[in-house]
Design a protein around this ligand. Structure first.
Ligand SMILES: Cc1cc2nc3c(=O)[nH]c(=O)nc-3n(C[C@H](O)[C@H](O)[C@H](O)COP(=O)(O)O)c2cc1C
Length: 177
């Protein structure tokens, strides 16, 4: 399987999580092409089986700066026949109202433009916010995986491992092994 992981990171937390936890697991699933969103061209949307997008949320619910610059282009992409999972970083204590909003914002565009979002994730008791940020589809379900390196970095490895297992199984249900 060809996997493309596209990310943006302002203060390198996202990059750290990718390098430390995500890449080694993805490399067991297939060939991985890792790109920052500022490097992405039109062609990148045509040469992978599975896309994983990663975005931290900044400034009260804003997209990370490179994602922000790419967003107008992103909104014009036809995601028909594309299978995409999204994870993001945020701070649920400092910015609970907007915790990982970016994940929900990207995922909604993908579904609006006919793509398939996989890796939707159940909100368990380990999350400690009681507001209604855009990362939530409903009370108990996230659009993707929210991570919190600011307050819960000790949970990141386990969350990433479990979520990528789910992404793999969702992918196999749609496309076969
Ligand atoms: C000024 C500022 C604003 C932020 N705004 C939000 C926010 O609205 N929602 C959120 O979940 N996290 C917010 N955060 C937390 C970042 O998303 C978090 O630190 C993340 O790990 C940064 O990832 P990066 O280093 O890859 O850019 C904010 C952090 C700062 C310093």
């Amino acid at each position: 399987m060809n996997i493309k992981l596209i990310y943006g990171s302002d203060t390198n937390n996202t990059e750290y999580v990718i390098d430390t936890y995500v890449m080694s697991i993805l490399e067991q699933m297939g060939e991985v092409d890792l790109k920052t969103v500022s490097e992405v061209t039109e062609k990148d949307w045509h040469d992978a089986d599975l896309y994983i997008l990663s975005i931290p949320t900044w400034y009260d619910g804003e997209l990370q700066s490179d994602w922000e610059m790419y967003f107008e282009t992103f909104k014009e992409i036809d995601f028909t026949n594309k299978t995409i999972a999204v994870f993001g970083l945020g701070d649920q204590w400092g910015y609970d109202e907007w915790f990982c909003d970016g994940v929900g914002i990207l995922a909604k565009v993908i579904e609006t433009n006919n793509g398939t979002v996989i890796g939707k994730w159940t909100k368990d008791d380990s999350y400690e916010f009681d507001t209604n940020p855009k990362v939530l589809i409903d009370e108990n379900t996230f659009w993707g995986l929210p991570l919190d390196e600011d307050n819960q970095s000790d949970l990141t490895q386990e969350r990433v491992t479990n979520w990528l297992q789910q992404v793999k199984s969702d992918y196999e249900i749609i496309h076969g092994k």
